[in-house]
Design a protein around this ligand. Structure first.
Ligand code: FCB
Length: 458
């Protein structure tokens, strides 16, 4: 059955609803060795043959490091209230530990000032998957020390910017970084860990989050949060044997990085993955650090997942299936706006009083845009996707979920990790030969939506 959501009319979201767009450092900056930056795990990984579709390299890519003023004009033209970007750890602290690099820091300092001057709120994510390679060489997230290095980095950046930046995220999607980067090996650092080694990555990411949240607060950061991805899990069939598979995938995708943060404990069901949350890795006091109170939770939503009972020899306690009845984006992800509403309601029902206000910190879609001779893309599919997902957020708000804002992923077409430049999510088309930017029809649509929503509710 095709999912439906009610149409979006101007004014269905509150007047002070925060409209934004998001990017991340490694996906747009380029300039991988400029001004003292050292490699991150993504530089190392992308350089290995066969890791990235088409052998694409992120540098120069969008070359945002040198073209950020153009991108600021695009943000201003869009009329967004906020802009989320991430900081390249190895740009501001080469090697990941020790003294800050003034030249790297100056880049973000200028960006923050220019955003504020343009009336746009900067929202900073400290970690969007690009761990400094030197820290990886010392064990990466399997090493407990990395969590402490992350807190030191948070302190350094907070000290430099929290006087002007009010909203912060410690991390973006630790689950994807854990699962794709450390268990399946499709992302940097390309590991295929199991059991306690895999669990150590999850636990140290969570510990790093908690310690960094505390460090940020000591620097005066007012809004501190974590950004997670969520995906409702649908059973592959009506066979009751699919039930445990659904629970297993839900536990790892939707609960592993949320229950400890909001409830102070690991969810049930991790044993099915060979992970032991009651073993020596979790030291006394860790769960309290991890459960440091947050001001908001960031929700990235793209799609729903399907799960069926595993078959003999499957390494995981579920088999991923394609839920029937949906169209797909160019990434092959089902288009399921109703899953956005379900996710937001699920969070409220699951965590109740423990749930802080929510922001949708990413939603968006890759489509095979066809630029015309002027590089213009009439991306009607992306507009339909975004419009339906905005409407689904409005449905959740009307059902009583406290959602304060929404960010589209992404401002620019960019380096989509293992997919390279082939998958385009931008409101702005980027020609990767010339780095020329051309706003798509979806850019105009989003600009008009922000304007109409603000006018209808003011
Ligand atoms: C999210 C990531 C983001 C981007 C989108 C498409 O999982 O946070 O960097 O790749 O997916």
């Amino acid at each position: 059955m095709r999912a439906t959501v009610t149409a979006n009319g101007p004014g269905r979201l509150p007047a002070d609803f925060d409209w934004g767009v998001a990017t991340s450092a490694y996906q747009i900056e380029g300039a991988s060795d400029a001004d003292g930056r050292t490699p991150s795990v993504w530089d190392t990984f992308a350089a290995e043959p066969g890791r990235i579709a088409g052998g694409d390299l992120a540098d120069p890519g969008c070359d945002h490091y040198h073209r950020w003023r153009d991108d600021l004009d695009l943000l201003a033209g869009l009329g967004v209230h906020s802009y989320r970007f991430s900081i390249s750890w190895s740009r501001v602290i080469p090697g990941g530990r020790g003294t800050g690099n003034p030249r790297g820091l100056a880049f973000y300092d200028r960006l923050v000032d220019a955003l504020l001057a343009a009336g746009i709120d900067p929202v900073i994510a400290l970690f969007h998957w690009d761990l400094p390679q030197d820290l990886q060489d010392a064990g990466g997230w399997t090493a407990r020390d990395t969590a402490y290095a992350f807190a030191d980095y948070a302190l350094e950046i907070g000290t430099a910017l929290a006087d002007r930046v009010s909203r912060w995220a410690t991390m973006n999607e630790p689950f994807e970084h854990f699962a794709l980067g450390h268990v399946i090996g499709l992302h940097a650092p390309g590991q295929t860990l199991t059991g306690d080694e895999a669990f150590s990555v999850a636990h140290h990411l969570l510990l790093g989050h908690g310690l960094a949240a505390q460090a940020l607060r000591t620097t005066g950061a007012r809004q501190v949060g974590l950004i997670n991805s969520y995906a409702p899990v649908r059973p592959a069939s009506t066979d009751p044997a699919d039930g445990p598979a659904v629970s297993a995938l839900d536990a790892i995708q939707n609960r592993l990085f949320t229950d400890p943060v909001l409830l102070g404990g690991y969810p049930a069901g991790l044993e099915a993955f060979g992970m032991d949350p009651h073993g020596a890795l979790v030291r006394p006091g860790d769960l309290q650090e991890i459960a440091t109170p947050l001001d908001y939770l960031g929700v990235n939503y793209y799609t729903v997942l399907g799960a069926g009972a595993p078959q003999d020899g499957d390494p995981l306690p579920f088999r991923l299936t394609d839920p029937p009845g949906y169209e797909h984006t160019a990434s092959g992800w089902p288009v399921a706006p109703v899953g956005m509403r379900d996710t937001l309601q699920m969070l409220r029902e699951r965590y109740q009083q423990a749930l802080p206000p929510l922001y949708v910190t990413e939603t968006g879609a890759a489509y095979d845009d066809k630029p015309d001779a002027e590089d213009f893309c009439d991306d009607t599919e992306r507009i339909a996707f975004l419009s339906a997902h905005v409407a689904a957020v409005a449905d959740a708000v009307e059902a009583g979920v406290d959602v304060r804002g929404l960010m589209v992923w992404s401002l620019l077409d960019n380096f989509e990790w293992a997919e390279g430049f082939a998958k385009r999510f931008g409101l702005v088309q980027v020609n990767f030969e010339t780095a020329k930017r051309t706003p798509k029809a979806s850019y105009q649509w989003y600009r008009d939506l922000i304007k109409q929503q603000s006018e209808a509710t003011s």
